[in-house]
Design a protein around this ligand. Sequence first.
Ligand code: DGY
Length: 426
Amino acid sequence: MNRQDMMDHARQVMTDNDRGTYTVPTHGLYPFQWNWDSALSALGFSQYDEPRAWTEIETLMAHQWDDGMVPHIIFHQPDDGYFPGPDVWGTGRDVPTTGITQPPVAGFAVCRIHDRAKDKALASEKARALLPKIHAWHQWFYRSRDPQGTGLVALLHPWESGRDNSVDWDAAFERVPTEGVGTFTRRDTTHANPAHRPTDDQYRRYIWLVQKFRSLNWDNSKLHDASPFQMVDPGFNAILIRSCHEVADLAGRLGMVEIAEQSRAMADKGVAAMETLWDEKLGQYLCLDRTTGNVVDSPSIGGILGVFAPIPKERAAAISRRIETLAESCEYLIPSHDPTAPEFEGLRYWRGPVWLIVNYMISDGLEQAGETRMVDRIMGDCLRLIETSGFAEYHDPITAEPCGGAHFTWTAAMVIEILETHKVAA
Ligand code: DGY
């Protein structure tokens, strides 16, 4: 596939998954709007259709809750091919949504799309309208998910991390009960190979948490302390911190002084707090289980994604070396779990496969820190994967086998980004 063919194919995927004002991640497996999928997909649109990119993020933010939370799925249309649907969540919204959130990459996306926009007038109008909403979401995080004011937020459900079945959650997840969940029928395994997906046992615990939060009427002033799962994920926090950092900068330039100052304070506090998650031995960050107070000794990509935040240069350099080490045990960077660890599974969702969106964010962080050789290598691996195996949801880092859903929106968006912004051989 030459560069032009790859670009044409990527745009076709975006078009096929476009529902007019939002995209679905892929037909069948994920038939609604997902939060971080949309924000990252907007980056792809912005390379050739700026108005469409803005619409993607506007649609997402139009479903923000009054308390500032932006839900992880918006169920725009009924579709019984997905479980758990609106009846399981029971959030009582006019357009139904879930009651949990997802990585807040929208702030970063708004700022990036604004800064490189060709239509500057449109960009400034859109950013001015979106920044207060994004900022309210960021404030919601620190208020509702960091009640002790540590500078780091906790996830209350693995689905909030986006890394649903990461090895990072295994020990903590054992403490989430399954009693009383009742029976249900999964739909994901009819669309994707069950060997690529989370297990039934994990699904029972996912649903137990949904039922628990629903029993509290989705009241975010209660959820944090009531949850048996409270995980501080460095990757998730890095996304939030980076978004606050970018919003601070852009709001400052747009004369939105209060948003700029508050965002800067949140970002600075977050960067300082990230130090508590650093593991010198591995050369990456690790998760913290807030319910036990223990660090989670699990070498996953969450701790590498920490580099997306504006962390000190020596930390970014160490992360680059860490990726160098991972390269010794795989063919395609970056595996979502260390291939030499016993829990590694190359095909199973977040327990080993490569995800282009994470590669993109890690590379962006490395680039800010001047680690350009590693960036070229990662970007090159992304394109080799697509060339070999197409626009899959994720890929095996050793064999390149395409996994999960096919014809995937954010994979296509990342390919467009890489082709437009990196001079790597396609
Ligand atoms: C799923 O359904 O697998 C999603 O990851 C949940 O957001």
